[in-house]
Design a protein around this ligand. Structure first.
Ligand code: TTP
Ligand code: MG
Length: 417
């Protein structure tokens, strides 16, 4: 007998070992065996994901393939079949949409669903979660579900019983559920932030809730209060439904005009790195690069280039942005606003950056590694954590930056900054 559910109900549905499960579905002989989806070890590849059988040997996402080979020499390897993952993702999302129109897809295999019981749709949220699991299983893959009163609780709960579990945290149980958990369980806290917090004896979410403002601000900046509230189970952020994202761009309005190449280049670099970071987070690649400049007299100029290959890397974009800049600006012209954007996303590009085997040079691999390392630091310590060379200069002169489509619900990922 289920206890009644009063108030908001949010599900987080996450597919289990997603890419590897699709491979096992499509290759019956691989079922029950260690399967690794990833790039070639001798070409600096990394693991995209591993089946639960391979995880038993210690293989994890983002691990160098060479290490995965050592840990699990008998694993079955594949480079992956992105069309199939996309297809399966769509099939799962279609199941979810049938259950609630309030859906926010946050990655290829993950979505929030608002299933708050409101008459006449007052079915118990747990029953909805069960039905989703059954329907997803019929597709040949499995999912784990967290059910709670907020996105924070649902997300953390979804990881508790993996694979194929449903974890329900009833209204009022949030604090008790979160308190003993490691700080790392919270979205936005990675290895570095965990280390920072551990050094200050903040190990659990209960410790985090009690930490000083100063400590939390040092690590989370303007999000300090939000993180404390989340550790207490207070999170009113809505499930934001959105359309497919067509482009990712960032722009900045300067407090004083930039007139020299060094200044404009530095700002462009900062915007490019923000775009790069967001596009990698969404696991997309874009093949149209756009530069936008507004001058002090408010005239606007844009320049665009179709890239020879899709990219998610700002280092690849910078020389092209400099060429575009020459087309619309010359030194001395006072620049008020600079924007950089990438568009023309191609699903085939999904996560190709992890598969460095396709004729890539070492420099490209290095660029990608660098960008990913910087992303990780920024995730943990905020946007101010890492800068590349000249970017630093723009810091004090910006009035604000704008992330375009900041909360646009996306496909396949929420592109929030
Ligand atoms: P996740 O949901 O993080 O992982 P998962 O579904 O493989 O395993 P879990 O059961 O723990 O949920 O990611 C979804 C897919 O995204 C994953 O199957 C492959 C891809 N991915 C990468 O390509 N690289 C990565 O570093 C991660 C984390 C995921
Ligand atoms: Mg998953």
């Amino acid at each position: 007998m289920l206890s009644p559910w009063i108030g908001k109900a949010i599900l987080l549905v996450d597919l289990d070992a997603f890419f590897a499960s699709v491979e096992q579905l499509d290759h019956p002989a691989w079922r029950g065996k260690p399967v690794i989806v990833g790039g070639d070890a001798d070409k600096h590849g990394v693991v995209s994901t591993a089946s639960y059988e391979a995880r038993g040997f210690g293989v994890k996402s983002a691990m160098p393939s060479s290490m995965a080979h050592q840990l699990c020499p008998n694993a079955i390897w594949t480079h992956g079949h992105f069309h199939r993952y996309h297809e399966m993702s769509q099939a799962v999302m279609n199941i979810l949409i049938q259950e609630s129109p309030f859906i926010q897809q946050v990655s290829i295999d993950e979505a929030f669903l608002d299933v708050t019981p409101i008459s006449p749709n007052d079915e118990h949220p747990y029953l909805i979660a069960q039905r989703i699991q059954e329907k997803v299983s019929k597709l040949g893959v499995s999912c784990s579900i967290g059910l709670g009163t907020s996105k924070t609780v649902a997300k953390i709960a979804s990881n508790i019983k993996k694979p194929h579990g449903i974890t329900t945290i009833y209204p009022g149980q949030e604090r008790e559920f979160l308190a003993p958990l490691d700080v790392r369980e919270m979205s936005g806290i990675g290895a570095k932030a965990q280390e920072f917090l551990y050094k200050r004896s903040i190990k659990t979410l209960a410790d985090l809730a009690l930490a000083s403002d100063k400590t939390l601000t040092t690590i989370f900046g303007k999000n300090a209060n939000m993180m404390r509230n989340r550790a207490l189970g207070i999170d009113n952020s809505p499930v934001e439904s959105t359309d497919e994202v067509k482009s990712i761009s960032n722009e900045i309005t300067l407090s004083t005009d930039a007139t020299t190449f060094e200044e404009v280049d530095a700002v462009m670099g900062t915007m490019a790195s923000k775009v790069g970071r967001r596009i990698r987070k969404a696991k997309l690649k874009g093949s149209t690069l756009t530069l936008k400049i507004r001058f002090s007299d408010r005239t606007l100029k844009t320049a665009q280039k179709k890239l020879s290959e899709p990219t998610d890397n700002e280092r690849y974009c910078m020389p092209i942005l400099r060429e575009l800049l020459q087309d619309i600006w010359s030194p001395g012209m006072p620049v008020r606003l600079i924007g950089v954007g990438l568009s023309s996303f191609d699903m085939d590009c999904y996560q190709q950056s992890l598969f460095i085997d396709e004729g890539t040079e070492v420099q490209k691999a290095k660029n990608e590694k660098l960008s990913r390392a910087a992303d990780a630091l920024k995730d943990k310590f905020g946007e101010q954590a890492v800068f590349y060379g000249r970017e630093i200069k723009v810091h004090d002169r910006s009035t604000h930056t704008v992330a375009k489509n900041p909360s646009t619900p996306m496909h396949p990922s929420s592109l929030k900054d």
